[in-house]
Design a protein around this ligand. Structure first.
Ligand SMILES: [Zn+2]
Length: 97
């Protein structure tokens, strides 16, 4: 799926439609000393790891919803946006201004 690098969307702070810059949010650096990672190392995989309580169709989905960061050009306010479910997201260099 291809998206332009700028879209027009309503800003939460300006309360009007403004031009926003798009940026794909990627996974950050793994921090092994974080509390959640230390707990995983300590307790490992106990129990059924949530396998049997879920609907089987939830596990089948191969695509994920991309997380996109929207930045308003008028006030520099950042907001998160979850896009459509797709396998590969590509942000093109197409600009509105
Ligand atoms: Zn704004």
């Amino acid at each position: 799926m291809k998206l332009p690098s700028q879209i027009k969307k309503s800003c939460l702070r300006c309360k009007t439609h403004q031009i926003h810059n798009l940026k794909k949010i990627t996974k950050g650096k793994i921090k092994p000393m974080k509390w959640s990672n230390r707990q995983k190392e300590r307790y490992g995989s106990r129990g059924n790891i949530g396998r049997y309580s879920r609907n089987p169709c939830e596990r089948v989905k191969l695509s994920k919803r991309p997380h996109i960061l929207l930045t308003c050009l008028n006030c520099n306010f950042n907001s998160n946006h979850t896009g459509r479910r797709n396998k590969k997201l590509e942000i093109t260099k197409k600009k509105l201004i």
